[in-house]
Design a protein around this ligand. Structure first.
Ligand SMILES: Cc1cc2nc3c(=O)[nH]c(=O)nc-3n(C[C@H](O)[C@H](O)[C@H](O)COP(=O)(O)O)c2cc1C
Length: 180
């Protein structure tokens, strides 16, 4: 049968390292019979949540008319959401943080995405420095009663394409293929 898998890719570098992780993950997920859709938020026009609570009074509709309006139906479609992202400032890029904050209207009209995962790359050689950012996502998944189904973390890559040949790409493929 397969699941609806939504990949949210957060780098403005469309041919960069997190894109390569996302592509391998997507290939694995498709090979396993899932349907896969991708959102590239790196160049999307997404403002932050204004906490106006318009969505609470309007069946989950956000009043801000930007690219999120195109993405909300995909969030209602997904069974699995996987963030594919570089680390910026020991957190996630602002474009992805805006996307996540704008999922707030999912409180008013739940998205019902039971599973979440992460593909992460960054320059630092010390993998432990990404744990606070990774943990923030895990805490959020727990709060939202989502199962955190896996992560692929690749340190020590900076230039676009530096991830070529890294075992993380095979792990991303296997992670995708494990979704059934
Ligand atoms: C604005 C910016 C902030 C960054 N901050 C960090 C950081 O805090 N820690 C780190 O290890 N790497 C940091 N990096 C490096 C990226 O995480 C790294 O180059 C990554 O491989 C980029 O992935 P991409 O090719 O998918 O864009 C930063 C890069 C940029 C452009």
């Amino acid at each position: 049968m397969g699941k609806n898998v939504l990949v949210v890719h957060a780098s403005p570098r469309l041919k960069g390292n997190s894109n390569m992780l996302a592509e391998e993950f997507e290939r694995g997920a498709k090979d396993a019979g899932n349907e896969v859709k991708r959102i590239d938020v790196g160049h999307a026009r997404i403002a932050g949540c204004m906490a106006c609570e318009h969505c609470f009074k309007h069946e989950g509709q956000c009043c801000q008319q930007d690219d999120m309006q195109e993405f909300y139906p995909m969030l209602h479609w997904a069974d699995v959401i996987v963030f594919a992202t570089p680390m910026y400032y020991y957190n996630f890029p602002a474009q992805l943080r805006a996307f996540q904050d704008r999922m707030f209207c999912g409180i008013a009209k739940p998205f019902k995405i039971p599973q979440m995962g992460l593909l992460l790359c960054f320059e630092d050689d010390n993998v432990e420095r990404c744990y606070p950012a990774v943990n923030s996502l895990k805490v959020c998944a727990d709060y939202c009663k989502q199962e955190f189904i896996g992560e692929v973390i690749v340190p020590s890559v900076y230039e676009a394409g530096a991830i070529a040949g890294n075992p993380g790409l095979q792990k991303a493929y296997e992670f995708g293929a494990s979704i059934k």
